[in-house]
Design a binder for this molecule. Structure first.
Ligand code: FAD
Length: 279
């Protein structure tokens, strides 16, 4: 049986970019993903952007609509009402995240939830049996704050113990990073499925941005190939080919799913899956 696939998209940043997103969801939905997840602003309580996209996924594809939800900077009372809004809109599956500190805040307000495992517990207690699957984040090369003692593994175990059903990883560039991490996680008592998250990197700009956001080490060979490329189409080819090889290796090595960061477009991620023979 083929490895299950899934995608991540984000709410459109302006009305002009909405049609491309909905077209991407239509095309990606035809590939039979298990779920399509929709990101949520850190420290935010405005659900409207996410909910519209999640409802579109529910109404127009057979994929589960998975709502990202962040908790840093938000009180339990506010989060209860946010969870209620999602449920009211028919959204029953969540990716529970801490998020990062809202811009301008140097420390969390005292009534804010502090870690993702607290959010998993809150969703379980607030939504009761109306919440179906709860996913959480995992970091093959460590979370930037977790340090050499890999506190992120303790955090992942705490998220599982709070009721998480599966994990989706931060992007990474080498299959060995993922397989070594799964071994470490199993040693730390993590038994839930860990789905690798993969992003096709089709430009220097995107590579620099994701390295800045994630704290990942630069993949030297990929960076050099992108630097040597003559034009955008050559860079796209390099990014797709790197991601397709990675996806094929992960799927052949037994990864329980492949989650692609789609960047609200369908061509590149569809091509990655075609080359990896998953669609
Ligand atoms: P936590 O699990 O709370 O962990 C954060 C750090 O705190 C850990 O590394 C650890 O050092 C420490 N920690 C937490 N709990 C414990 C514990 N019990 N014991 C010891 N140490 C602990 N951000 C957004 O704003 N919006 C999004 O939509 C979004 N989507 C994402 C999707 C994926 C798949 C991933 C991987 C990340 C996403 N992020 C998103 C980014 C995420 O919010 C940040 O990486 C954030 O810094 C950490 O979130 P977390 O849920 O892993 O936090």
């Amino acid at each position: 049986m083929s490895t299950p696939i899934s995608f991540e998209v984000y709410p459109p940043r302006n009305p002009e970019s909405a049609p491309a997103l909905y077209e991407a969801i239509d095309v990606l939905g035809e590939l039979g993903p298990k779920f399509i997840s929709v990101t949520f602003g850190a420290g935010g309580t405005d659900t409207s952007g996410s909910i519209e996209v999640l409802k579109y996924i529910n109404e127009n594809t057979s994929a589960v609509a998975l709502a990202h939800l962040t908790c840093a900077g938000t009180s339990k009372t506010e989060l209860d009402s946010v969870i209620g809004e999602f449920l009211q809109a028919g959204i029953t599956d969540f990716l529970a995240l801490r998020g990062d500190l809202p811009i301008g805040l140097s420390e969390l307000p005292t009534d804010s939830l502090k870690t993702a495992n607290e959010l998993v517990s809150l969703i379980r207690s607030s939504a009761k049996d109306r919440a179906k699957q709860i996913a959480v984040a995992a970091f093959p090369n460590g979370h930037p704050e977790s340090g050499a003692n890999r506190a992120d593994l303790v955090a992942l175990r705490a998220k599982q113990d709070a009721g998480a059903d599966f994990a989706i990883t931060q992007l990474f560039f080498y299959a060995s990073d993922y397989f070594n991490f799964v071994t470490l996680a199993r040693e730390a008592g993590v038994t839930i499925p860990i789905i690798p998250g993969i992003m096709p990197i089709i430009s220097h700009k995107r590579l620099a941005r994701v390295l800045e956001l994630t704290g990942e080490r630069e993949p030297v060979e990929l960076a050099a190939s992108l630097a040597a490329a003559q034009d955008a189409s050559e860079r796209t080819e390099i990014g797709i080919s790197w991601a397709a090889n990675l996806v094929a290796e992960l799927s052949q090595g037994g990864a329980p799913g492949i989650h692609l960061y789609a960047f609200n477009e369908h061509k590149n991620v569809s091509e990655v899956l075609r080359r990896a023979q998953l669609v």
